[in-house]
Write a protein that binds this ligand. Structure first.
Ligand SMILES: C[S@@+](CC[C@H](N)C(=O)[O-])C[C@H]1O[C@@H](n2cnc3c(N)ncnc32)[C@H](O)[C@@H]1O
Length: 175
């Protein structure tokens, strides 16, 4: 879903949060887009770098071992932010859970938004994967209260949940 969505975007510089193996960043860099790929796991960062080197794309990607968007100043200028973050409503009790557990109270998604929204210019778009098992109404409410618009870019149903890719951008009333 993420790959399908980013395949068509027009952008010069993209931030990916939670790059894992680097598959999304790699697809973007193949289109000659400058990518900043962040992951909190050093193993994931090494994996992303290895995959870029194997594909001879290391010149257009910057891999950052960090927490969400904490490494970047407000207004740093990304055209797009994309994230397939941990989204299941389960507590993170070990480092193994880092890739999928988002906290029972959606604390991970809230922290992600607190980090990312200030980086977004009027034209920046955030593509964010979420699950129907988490508090999507709460997430949408938080975004709308801050003046952001939320659209479903795509959605796939599995036997116990739906996976939704949201497209989030500043609305006319956003400060
Ligand atoms: C569901 S995986 C997605 C991997 C890859 N982007 C993909 O779509 O295949 C989530 C990734 O987020 C990373 N992650 C978890 N907490 C993070 C945080 N606080 N800051 C940055 N990355 C984080 C995990 O290490 C993991 O690689």
């Amino acid at each position: 879903m993420v790959l399908d969505a980013v395949e068509k975007v027009e952008a010069k510089r993209i931030l990916e949060i939670g790059c894992g193996s680097g598959i999304v960043s790699l697809a973007l860099a193949c289109r000659n887009i400058e990518v900043v790929a962040v992951d909190i796991s050093m193993e994931a960062c090494r994996n992303t770098l290895t995959n870029f080197k194997r594909n001879r794309l290391q010149g257009v990607v910057h891999v950052v071992n960090g927490d969400l968007a904490a490494a970047f100043r407000d207004g740093v200028g990304f055209d797009i932010v994309v994230s397939n973050p941990p989204y299941l409503p389960v507590e993170q009790s070990s480092s193994e859970h880092l890739s999928w557990a988002a906290g029972k109270d959606a604390s991970f998604s809230r922290r992600l938004l607190e980090n990312v929204l200030p980086l977004m210019s009027d034209t920046c778009m955030l593509f964010l994967v979420q699950s129907s098992l988490s508090d999507l109404d709460g997430l949408k409410r938080t975004l709308e209260e801050k003046g952001f618009m939320v659209e479903e870019a795509s959605c796939r149903s599995f036997f116990f949940e739906k996976i939704i890719l949201f497209k989030i951008f500043r609305g006319p009333s956003s400060p």
